[in-house]
Design a protein around this ligand. Structure first.
Ligand code: SF4
Length: 345
C-alpha cells in the first residue's frame, strides 16, 4: 500500500504563504510520510516544522490553536480532506491518496452482490478518486449504482466515522451499500447509520466483507450501555476540547435533561477521553461525552457506561417514557464544528 501526501499542494502553499514556522499533524498511519515531508520543507525552503504529538484520529483533530501557542504561521492537517480546503484561521487540509486499484476486488464482489440490483457507493478521504472507476465497472456488470451528493463539508459519497450525511438519503433508493476501502471502522459506522446491508471492499487484501455481524455486535453494546446508564444517579457529562468536536450546546441540553429527571451532573472537559482519565471519578456511575461518538460506540474498555450523543438521546427518550427506536440510524452522530471558524476558504 502506498499512500502519497499531496506534496505539490504543500509546495504551492509554501511558495504562496512563505511561512517561517509550520505546525503539522497527521493520523498515526501517516506519521512516517509526514516526517519525510518535514525534511523536504526544511531542505527546500528552510522552514521550521513542528509536528504535534497529540492524538489525531479525524478531521476534527486540527491544530489551529497550536499555531498561536507555538508562534507559527500556519498549520497543515494531513490525510483528511473535505469540500473546504482551509479550516479555522490557519489550517490547510492536505490530501493523502492511496493508489490502490479496486479492479480486482470489484471482480471478487460481483458474485457476492448478485442478490442486489441497486448499490450505493461510499468511501473515505484516501480513496475518493476511485468512486467513478468503481461505479463504471459495477454498472458494466449490470448494477444500478448511486453516489451521494456533496454538502457543506463532505464531497459526494465521502464519509467520516461520524458523518454519513452524503449517502444517508440514498438508503431507500438502494438495496445495499459498498464501502470502498480497508477500514472496518468506517464500514461498521456506515452499516449502523444507514441500517442497510453493507459490504466492505478491501483492495489490498482483495476481500469483500459483509459488515452485518460486526455492526450488530456494536449496536447491541450501544443499547446495553443506554439501559445500564438508566440506573445511574450521578453522571459525568464531558465536553470534548478538540477543535472540531466542541458541542457545548449539546452538553448543556443533556445536562439539563438529566437534572430535570433527578440526576446529579458533574460537568467535565477533556481532550482525550480514556479509561485512565475517567478512573479517578469513582463517584460517577455513568458518563455522557459529546465529543467523538466512536469513543463510545467502539470503546470496549470502559468500566462504566460512556454514552455518545445518539445514545444520550436514547437515554433521554427512556427518561421521558418514549421508545428509543433505531437511535444510531441518522445522517450524523455529531455535528462536527470543523470549518466553522473564520478564514474558511
Ligand atoms: S469525531 Fe468524527 S471525524 Fe472526529 S475522530 Fe470521531 S469519527 Fe472521526
Amino acid at each position: 500500500m502506498t499512500v502519497r501526501i499531496d506534496e505539490a499542494r504543500v509546495f504551492e502553499l509554501m511558495e504562496e504563504k512563505k511561512p517561517s514556522v509550520v505546525v503539522l499533524n497527521a493520523p498515526g498511519g501517516l506519521l512516517r510520510q509526514t516526517r519525510d515531508l518535514m525534511d523536504k520543507l526544511r531542505q527546500k525552503y528552510g522552514i521550521t516544522c513542528i509536528l504535534t504529538g497529540d492524538s489525531c484520529f479525524g478531521i476534527c483533530d486540527t491544530s489551529d490553536r497550536d499555531v498561536g501557542e507555538l508562534q507559527a504561521d500556519m498549520a497543515l492537517h494531513i490525510g483528511h480532506n473535505a469540500v473546504v480546503k482551509k479550516v479555522g484561521d490557519f489550517t490547510y487540509l492536505i490530501d493523502a491518496v492511496d493508489d490502490a486499484s479496486f479492479e480486482g476486488v470489484v471482480e471478487t464482489a460481483v458474485p457476492l452482490l448478485k442478490a442486489y440490483k441497486r448499490l450505493g457507493l461510499v468511501t473515505f478521504s484516501q480513496h475518493m478518486q476511485q468512486l467513478e472507476p468503481v461505479k463504471t465497472k459495477l454498472e458494466a456488470k449490470g448494477f444500478k449504482v448511486l453516489v451521494g451528493r456533496d454538502n457543506s463539508l463532505l464531497m459526494g459519497s465521502q464519509m467520516f466515522g461520524c458523518d454519513f450525511s452524503t449517502v444517508y438519503p440514498l438508503r431507500d433508493e438502494v438495496d445495499a451499500f459498498c464501502f470502498l476501502g480497508e477500514s472496518e471502522f468506517h464500514a461498521v459506522g456506515l452499516a449502523l447509520a444507514v441500517g442497510k446491508p453493507t459490504y466492505m471492499l478491501d483492495p489490498h487484501l482483495n476481500e469483500v466483507i459483509d459488515m452485518e455481524e460486526a455492526a450488530e455486535e456494536r449496536r447491541k453494546r450501544a443499547v446495553l450501555a443506554v439501559y445500564k446508564a438508566l440506573d445511574a444517579r450521578v453522571f459525568g457529562v464531558i465536553t470534548g476540547l478538540k477543535e472540531g468536536q466542541k458541542m457545548l450546546g449539546r452538553t448543556r441540553w443533556i445536562s439539563k435533561r438529566l437534572e430535570t429527571h433527578g440526576r446529579r451532573v458533574v460537568q467535565l472537559a477533556m481532550r482525550d477521553i480514556t479509561p485512565d482519565r475517567l478512573a479517578p471519578h469513582r463517584d460517577i456511575e455513568a458518563f455522557i461525552q459529546t465529543a467523538c461518538p466512536r469513543i463510545s460506540i467502539d470503546g470496549f474498555t470502559f468500566d462504566r457506561p460512556v454514552l455518545s450523543i445518539p445514545q444520550a438521546d436514547a437515554l433521554v427518550a427512556l427518561l421521558e417514557g418514549r421508545e428509543i427506536g433505531e437511535f444510531l440510524q441518522r445522517p450524523k452522530w455529531i455535528e462536527l464544528t470543523v470549518g466553522q471558524g473564520r478564514g474558511r476558504e
